[in-house]
Design a binder for this molecule. Structure first.
Ligand code: ACO
Length: 420
């Protein structure tokens, strides 16, 4: 393995150091250009950071060619079958799975922080009901900071894990006109989340274990995913020494975008539109291939995966299981499978290596659980929270410098203002 790369610029010879990751045999290597401008006067140009590593991280790893995802070294397929979302959150935040005592402490601390200040409820009451739940969640997460007097950074993470489900549930309940809800300390994390969403006053809430299991799994699938757009946003804010809550709130705003987490809502809307327009899948695939048409097949393609997204494979199974176990028939699931089949027979998708991503099947799971479309990305945010926090924490521990890219200026040359 080489330790430097050699290159020539204008007749001068330079050596740049090479950095290797844990999986260097899988191509995890980088040319360290941190001294490039100082030594050569050149910067690199890489829109969308397609070839740029911004940090060294030990939280998650994606092998995009093989379609493999690891959280702290553990394959996602093992975590899904052996861990709860709260154990996964502990793993992602702290680096190791918790032992019994650690899990008890972690869970009880979350339960202890399981309430919000009544003023936050007042703020929510004053937000127009028509506003998108992601905008509400991001705003409330930002303002949460004003109501938490906590000196221990470790407790801030637990406050967020405890309070975000309450904010999500209150947002949902306000939308559909249900009264305020409170956390139930006797329930585990996902069961409590479901009860806070769906309990109806004066009726006892019957927890459905099939639904609780599906929710647990989909939250785990979202828990972390390297330097994606929202996580990078969180790290960038943190690098300026912005606080945890504002950094997470900004991450949520990034996630809301249709090309990122907002795709889960867009997928269901697309599938409904296909169904409504007569189910001609071929026509929609042709539309996605047409470069003059801005339409893209939502839930397809990924910056890193050039093979199946392993999360999409699991989500598809979870969607099939939950629908079958609940005994419901969902024409959207059947349509989604058909769209996947037809797209993957098309040379455009094969050549460009565009496979279904996590968002292609996650909405079907949410719908089976009873979550409305507008809330899908909120559920994604609840799942991604541990990842965002772990990256914020890692960024601080690494002492990453403030994120400040350069640019190539193509505007006017210096000129003078001419006024009569
Ligand atoms: N439908 C049709 N064509 C597509 C699609 C798609 N879903 N995705 C990519 N392509 C095409 C592009 O037009 C481009 O074609 P070209 O090389 O002829 O110009 C090529 O495939 C490469 O696509 P890029 O946009 O350059 O790839 P990038 O890595 O920048 O984008 C992204 C990845 C944003 C996910 C893209 O695939 C996309 O828009 N997908 C649909 C939205 C989506 O599902 N987002 C969720 C992603 S997962 C997540 O964030 C949780």
């Amino acid at each position: 393995m080489c330790s430097v790369v050699n290159f020539n610029i204008n007749g001068y010879h330079y050596k740049l150091p090479v950095i290797y990751g844990t999986f260097c045999e899988k191509g995890e290597k980088a040319i360290n250009i941190s001294q490039l401008r100082e030594s050569t006067g050149f910067i690199t140009f890489d829109p969308g950071f397609k070839n740029t590593g911004i940090t060294k991280s030990s939280i998650s790893f994606i092998d995009g060619e093989k379609g493999e995802l690891l959280y702290r070294g553990y394959p996602i397929e093992q975590i899904i079958n052996k861990c709860s979302f709260i154990e996964t959150s502990y793993l992602i935040l702290n680096g190791e799975l918790p032992n019994t005592a650690q899990l008890k402490y972690f869970s009880e601390k979350i339960k202890k922080f399981n309430s919000i200040h009544k003023e936050i409820k007042k703020i929510l009451d004053n937000i127009p009901n028509s506003y998108h739940p992601m905008g509400i969640l991001s705003s409330l997460t930002y303002i949460l900071d004003a109501f938490i007097n906590c000196l221990r950074e470790e407790d801030l993470y637990l406050h967020l894990l405890a309070k975000l489900p309450i904010l999500a549930a209150l947002t949902y309940r306000k939308k559909i006109g249900l009264p305020t809800t409170y956390a139930d300390p006797h329930l585990d994390y996902t069961s409590n989340l479901l009860k806070m969403f769906f309990s109806i006053p004066n009726q006892s809430y019957e927890l459905n274990p099939i639904i609780a299991d599906a929710l647990n799994k989909i939250l785990i699938l979202h828990a972390d995913h390297e330097q994606n757009c929202s996580t990078t946003t969180v790290r960038l804010l943190g690098s300026a020494h912005a606080g945890l809550f504002s950094s997470i709130s900004a991450g949520m705003s990034a996630l809301w975008g249709k090309l990122h987490g907002g795709a889960n809502q867009a997928v269901i809307e697309m599938l409904e539109a296909i169904l409504k327009s007569g189910g001609n899948i071929k026509k929609w695939i042709e539309k996605a291939k047409n470069k003059k048409d801005p339409f893209r097949l939502m839930g397809f393609g990924h910056r890193i995966y050039k093979n199946f997204d392993p999360r999409a494979k699991i989500a598809k199974k979870v969607a099939e299981n939950v629908i079958q176990q609940l005994g419901i028939s969902d024409p959207i699931l059947e349509l989604a499978k058909d769209v996947e089949r037809k797209a993957l027979q098309d040379s455009y998708f094969l050549e460009k290596k565009l496979y279904p991503n996590i968002d292609f099947y996650s909405g079907i799971i949410y719908q089976a659980i009873g979550i409305p479309k507008e809330m899908f990305t909120v559920m994604f945010a609840l799942g991604r929270l541990p990842g965002w926090m772990a990256h914020w924490k890692e960024m601080k521990l690494n002492k990453d410098p403030i994120g400040r890219p350069r640019q190539i200026y193509i505007g006017y040359k210096k000129r003078n203002i001419k006024k009569n």
